[in-house]
Design a protein around this ligand. Sequence first.
Ligand code: SF4
Ligand code: SF4
Ligand code: FES
Length: 249
Amino acid sequence: MARPRAQPDAAVTIDGAPVRVFSGESLLAAANRAGIPIPTLCAVQGLSVWGGCRVCVVEVAGDHTLRPACATTAVDGMEVTTGSDRLVEHRRQIVELLFAEGNHVCAVCVSNGACELQDLAVDLGVDHIRFAYQHPDRGVDLSHPRYGLDHNRCILCSRCVRTCAEIEGANVWAIAARGAGSRLVAELDEPWGESTSCTSCGKCVAVCPTGALFDKGTGVGEMRHDRDVIGFLAAAREQGEWHDREQQP
Ligand code: SF4
Ligand code: SF4
Ligand code: FES
């Protein structure tokens, strides 16, 4: 039986609009519910909060630091701004750094046209990169029979790590090392195809925002990801209700 929904018990303003919020709700969730868009990269509905990409930062009146909307609890009376020039510049800088740090050559990427990093760059008007390209040689793992991992396109958002642990319960992925040396590893840094924990469910591939995780055999621009499947699975488990997503209103 579905659990009864609590009533909102506090209110904030987001870009001047009053928004009622539930106890413990994040600013991102409140804004989403009110139809106010805040860009994200690491946050996915249904997964734990990581708060690592800082793309979702917002301004809160009276606070000089930028707050990640996904990791900030909405508190009664907060006045939140989501799209000031300062915020846009901050997000743009993050996206430029991600492009400079990896090898994101959209024209030859399996996710060209279906990439959240690419979409974000377009939305933010990124038409050039102000930082020196690092041109890393991070390698590609094609050891899994069905899927591939191109480390050069990985932005270390940890969506795959959390999805595999929290939704599939397989705990295949981890992020190893620190700083610029950080990298996604399977198991204890083994080829993905040698993982005995991987069930080949494909959920990590579905949730990857870039072309880093992909179905083998997909060509340039063919890979489609589906991050909404994670929110659907998490909500269905929590509420004990399963509906065909195609039948949802
Ligand atoms: S395919 Fe499934 S089990 Fe395997 S690494 Fe991805 S999420 Fe984990
Ligand atoms: S492989 Fe994809 S989902 Fe996993 S950390 Fe890298 S970009 Fe994120
Ligand atoms: S989406 Fe909030 S920090 Fe990444």
